[in-house]
Design a protein around this ligand. Structure first.
Ligand code: TRH
Length: 408
């Protein structure tokens, strides 16, 4: 997305001044963990980037520290307030609470429309200047988001305006979260065979697995994992499937014939399945970079697989009335219109179509892999041409300082 114009020195009111790194603006993110790890995964990634790259003083309010700890082991689940990697983390325990206007940040983000405490909203309205208030929405490739991105919504009672901020894939959306230098670090790692071996060696992979086609597997429990395992086991190519602990538990237990604990592994035919520990977010990136094909899910791992520059299959978060199938098709239309085997396998994996057998579907994808790899590379350039989400978000907030409803 093209950055909104910098307001320039003449237009810099108090609001604008607060957004320059030298004066370090403050920002509060409210994160309700609905389930799994994506809610906190995205909020944590955004918090870190705003703090580390933009000099913003970030307060992350999160209601579930145990989920947070799984992706960031240094989180103390008992602490009400703690500092983690330069971010102030607060345990959000409920909707009660009275806040003074002085406690309100310059920028307030509510993640996926979670209701922030009414007391905090009252304090936002009483603050001078009022904060920029954004609702950070979910990622979808559907066209309608382009009409909704940046739309204002007036508070029914208070003099406050909330704006919708949509991540997305083009300049009519907010872009995707991507840290500065990520692409360069990824390239260096993937070219450094010794680094890749050392990383995978930490999980106990032997020579045969290192030489096999390495596939990481992260999906929801309803994915047809057993069918794919069978296809790989009966296939003509050695496959090493790396599964984080807790993922596809039943299918993995059946394959192993044992509890799927980290380190457990077994081979049948051409397939070895190995259980990995659930790793930290930075290590999960390395895992995606180290594998030849990645199965990912939800939102954050899906985006990280895109930045890995390797073929990936997305297991989309299921929604009522198969709404997610529409979202999946919208993404495939953008990403994979020239990749029929990737589309077929992705649709089958998500139950949106019946594949003509998993062995055939995998073989077809296998034959298409060079094209998928080329697409993975061109996609990164295409999406990053519109800037990264954190920068776009701050540009948008800066532009809000110029609109009448945000002036005191
Ligand atoms: O875990 P997810 O399914 O999360 C979600 C939630 O269900 C949420 O409610 C929904 O809104 C959202 O998806 C779309 O999938 P996701 O988004 O990929 O998040 C997983 C996070 O966990 C991501 O930040 C990567 C991280 N992770 C690790 O840090 N280590 C690991 O070993 C693995 C497997 C993942």
């Amino acid at each position: 997305m093209a950055a909104l114009p910098d307001p320039g020195p003449r237009a810099r009111t108090k609001e604008h001044m607060s957004l320059t790194p030298s004066t370090a603006s403050t920002l509060a993110i409210f994160c309700k963990v609905v389930d799994n790890y994506g809610d906190i995964g995205i909020c944590w990634r955004l918090s870190r980037q705003l703090a580390h790259e933009h000099g913003v003083a970030v307060s992350l309010w999160v209601d579930d520290l145990a989920s947070f700890r799984r992706i960031c082991p240094e989180v103390d689940v008992a602490a009400q307030v703690q500092e983690v990697q330069g971010v102030r983390v607060l345990h959000w325990r409920g909707q009660d609470g009275v806040f003074a206007p002085g406690e309100v940040a310059d920028i307030v983000i509510e993640f996926f429309g979670c209701d922030i405490p009414p007391g905090y909203i009252e304090a936002m309205a009483a603050r001078t200047p009022r904060p920029a208030w954004l609702n950070y929405e979910g990622l979808t490739a559907e066209d309608w988001v382009e009409g909704c991105h940046r739309l204002p919504s007036m508070h029914p009672r208070l003099k406050l305006t909330k704006h919708f901020f949509f991540p997305g894939f083009n300049e009519r959306t907010g872009g995707l979260l991507c840290e500065t230098g990520l692409e360069a670090r990824r390239q260096v790692f993937q070219h450094d065979k010794a680094a890749v071996r050392a990383f995978l060696g930490r999980f106990g992979l032997g020579e045969a697995e290192l030489a096999a086609r390495k596939v990481s597997l992260f999906c929801y429990p309803h994915a047809p994992v057993a069918e794919l395992f069978q296809a790989w086991a009966e296939g003509g190519e050695q496959v090493a499937c790396l599964v984080p602990e807790g993922v596809a538990r039943d299918a993995v237990r059946d394959f192993l014939g044992a509890e799927p604990l980290p380190g457990a592994h077994a081979s049948r035919g051409a397939l070895t399945v190995r259980v990995l520990p659930f790793v930290s977010q930075p290590d999960y990136d390395l895992l995606l970079w180290a594998c030849d094909v990645n199965f990912v899910r939800g939102e954050d791992s899906w985006v990280r697989a895109q930045w890995a520059g390797r073929p990936f299959i997305w297991h989309i978060y299921p929604q009522d009335e198969n709404l997610h199938h529409k979202k999946l098709r919208a993404f495939l239309a953008r990403y994979a219109s020239e990749l029929p085997a990737l589309c077929a396998l992705s649709l089958g994996w998500n139950g949106a179509s019946e594949p003509e057998g998993w062995s055939r579907a995998w073989q077809a994808l296998h034959a298409e892999l060079p094209l998928v790899e080329a697409r993975a590379a061109s996609w990164i350039q295409e999406v990053l041409a519109h800037g990264d989400l954190a920068t776009n978000l701050l540009d948008f907030v800066r532009s809000l300082g110029q609109t009448p409803e945000n002036q005191v």
